[in-house]
Design a protein around this ligand. Sequence first.
Ligand code: ATP
Ligand code: MG
Length: 440
Amino acid sequence: MSIDSLGEWRRTHYSNMVGPALDGEKVTVFGWVEDVRDLGGITFITLRDREGLLQITVLRKKVSEKILEKISRIGRQFAIGVKGTVRSHREAPKGVEVIPEDIKILATAAHPLPLDPTGRVPADIDVRLDARVLDLRRPECRAIFKIRHETVTEIRRFFIENGFIEVHTPKIIAAAAEGGAALFPVDYFEQKAFLAQSPELYKEQLTTVFEKVFEIGTYFRAEESHTRRHLNEFISVDIEEAFATVDDVMNVQEELTRSIVSHVAKTCQNELEILGLSLKTPSQRFKRYTYSEIVEELRKRNVEVEWGEDIPTPAYRELGELHKQEYYFIVDWPSRVRPFYIKPREDKPELCYAFDFMYEWIEITSGGSRVDSKEVFVNRLKEQNLDPKSFDFYLKIFDYGMPPHAGFGMGLERMLMALVGKENIREVILFPRDRFRLTP
Ligand code: ATP
Ligand code: MG
C-alpha cells in the first residue's frame, strides 16, 4: 500500500485543543485511527492522539475522489494526518468535528491486531504485556502513565524546593548494600561486578558533602519469586539527610505523600475519572505503629508472627484488610530483620531506628537512621555474616567525618500502586521485567 510522506505537514492542534470555539478554522491534526464507521453518505473516523479523541466527518458527496480513495484504504490503528476545517456541531462528540480537505496515510497496521487497543475487548495481562505498546494506547493505561509522569514531576519539585540536591550514583558496583543474595552479576572486564540494588552506601557517603541528597534511579534485584509487587528492575526514589533522624525523614515521607496526592488530584482530573478514582489528600497525620503493635494486631486476627521475624506475605494481606485506604508507618523494628546499615537503639540494641511506610498491604518505603560509627558498622556486618573486607571502601568514610544521618528508599511503582489502586505492579510500569519476562 502506498504511504504518504509527512512532507511539510505539521500539527497545529492536539485533539483536546479542537473545540466548538474554533468553528471555521483550518487545522492539521495527526493521530491513529481508533474507528472507521461508514454510514453510506457519511463516514466517521475517530482519531486518537495522546490527548484524546477527535471526530473526522467525511460527507462523501462533498469530498474529492482522492479523499474517498484514502478513506477506502484506511484501517484501524493506521497513523494518519488530516488537514481540514473545524465545524461546531452539537451532535458530534464534544460538540465538534473536522471536515477534511486532505488526508495522509502515514503508516498502516496489520490485522488482526493481537489485542484491541480501544479496551472494548478485555485481554489477559500476559497478552497485554506481550503487545504492550498497543495496550498502552488504551485510555486506562494512558491515564496511569500520565499519573506516573505527574508523580515524578511532583517528587522532583518537592525535593528541590526542600533543599535536596539531585545526585546520580553508580549502577555498576563491586559490593552489595543489602547482602549478596539478590544481585545480578555483570562481567566487568577482568573483574566481577554487579548491578546496583539500591544507592544506599553511596547516598550515605554523599551526605558528608551535600548534606541533603535525592535520587530517582533504576535498580535491579535478582529476586526469583514471581509476585504481584516485585519487579527485577524498578525505580527507587531515595533521599539521605545529614544531621537528621528517622523521625525527620518520616516527616519528609509524610509531606511528600501529601504533596503527590494533592498534585495528582489537581493535575490528573480526567485521568482519575477514566480510572474511576477520587483522590483525597489525607487530612490526618499518618499513624505510627510499632512492630510489636502490628504483631499483636495480627495475633488478634489469628495470624501468628513470631516476635523478631519478618512479616510474611499472608500477614501483609491481613494488614491490608485492617488498614483499608490508609497510609501508615511501622516503626521500632527488631534489629536482626533490618539491614546492617540501620542504627540499633542505644538503650535497646535489639530494636533499631527503622521504619516502613505502608499503604494497605503494600510496603512503599523503607528507611531509618543509619549507623554512623565504624565500630557499630563492623559489628552489624559480622552479625549478618557479611565480610567487613568487602566494605573497605565504605569503612574509610567513617574516618572522614561521618555525620549522624537518616534516609529512605521509596519504590516508585509501589507508590503508584497505592495511587491508582492496582494490585499488580506490572500495571504501573511501561515494560516490566520479571522472573519470566525480558521482552518486549
Ligand atoms: P519487599 O519486602 O517488599 O521485598 P524490601 O524490603 O526488600 O521490599 P527495600 O530494600 O526496603 O525492599 O527497598 C526499598 C523500597 O524499594 C521498597 O520499600 C519497595 O518500595 C521498593 N522495592 C524493593 N524491591 C522491589 C522490587 N523487587 N520491585 C519493586 N519495588 C521494590
Ligand atoms: Mg523494605
